[in-house]
Design a protein around this ligand. Structure first.
Ligand SMILES: Nc1nc2c(ncn2[C@@H]2O[C@H](COP(=O)(O)OP(=O)(O)OP(=O)(O)O)[C@@H](O)[C@H]2O)c(=O)[nH]1
Ligand SMILES: [Mg+2]
Length: 211
């Protein structure tokens, strides 16, 4: 079987608290994690388009639920990060409402939980993990910024952080800078999407219908 490829990636829409989500697609895969952990960078790395999602060295860049349509068939969804200390109480509350309503909307098929490979998970990472387990949302732990530690330590650090966050002890080391983990994550996305789509459409560009 041909490896799964992203042939086309387009920005669809940004959704705020009103929750006016775009039309459903066969699969929806979203990214969660602390601000600055590398969610938007990972989307750019996977899609091979460095300008698709906005990234920033300053945390708190992504503020809305951003939809990207992949191969004219499924969504990758970039979410605003948590743990951004400079945010006001009001902003944190609206972040909470936005995330809660999105994550309990029943739209999400799989979550990529991103943890910085260098740091122990925070209380908020563990809370997010507990939330996913409680709501039975399938997930994959991705350990970002793998290029920041020695190659020989990457897999064990990824596994340890997954375990400390309360997940089964396996994480995928990933580097948006170096492309490490890209093929493995693409394969994983391919199998998630493949379970949702008839085999013939898996890698095909489905014609877009008018919304
Ligand atoms: N060295 C290294 N830096 C990375 C990697 N991924 C992201 N970064 C850097 O980390 C910073 C934050 O990246 P973003 O992708 O904007 O992070 P985010 O999780 O989307 O952040 P928010 O939108 O604030 O939630 C940027 O300066 C990136 O260049 C990586 O794999 N390696
Ligand atoms: Mg972002």
């Amino acid at each position: 079987m041909e490896p799964f490829r992203i042939k086309k990636a387009v920005f669809v829409t940004s959704v705020g608290q009103k929750g006016d989500y775009p039309e459903k697609r066969p699969a929806e895969i979203a990214l969660v994690g602390r601000s600055n952990v590398g969610k938007s960078s990972l989307i750019n790395c996977l899609t091979g388009n460095g300008k698709l999602a906005r990234i920033s060295a300053a945390p708190g860049k992504t503020r809305l639920v951003n939809y990207y349509l992949i191969n004219d068939s499924f969504y990758l969804v970039d979410l605003p990060g948590y743990g951004f200390a400079q945010r006001s109480k009001g902003e944190r509350e609206s972040w909470g409402q936005l995330m809660e309503s999105y994550l309990t909307s029943g739209r999400v098929d799989h979550l990529l939980l991103l943890l910085d490979i260098r740091h122990e998970p925070t209380g908020e990472d563990r809370q997010m993990m507990a939330f996913l387990l409680y709501h039975s949302i399938p997930f994959t732990v991705v350990a970002t910024k793998a290029d920041k530690i020695a190659k020989s330590k990457r897999q064990s650090a990824a596994n340890r952080n997954a375990k400390l966050a309360g997940a089964p002890p396996w994480g995928l080391p990933f580097s948006s800078e170096m492309g490490e983990g890209r093929e493995a994550l693409l394969a994983r996305l391919g199998s998630i999407v493949g379970e949702k789509l008839p085999a013939s459409q898996e890698n095909e560009a489905e014609p877009l219908t008018e919304a």
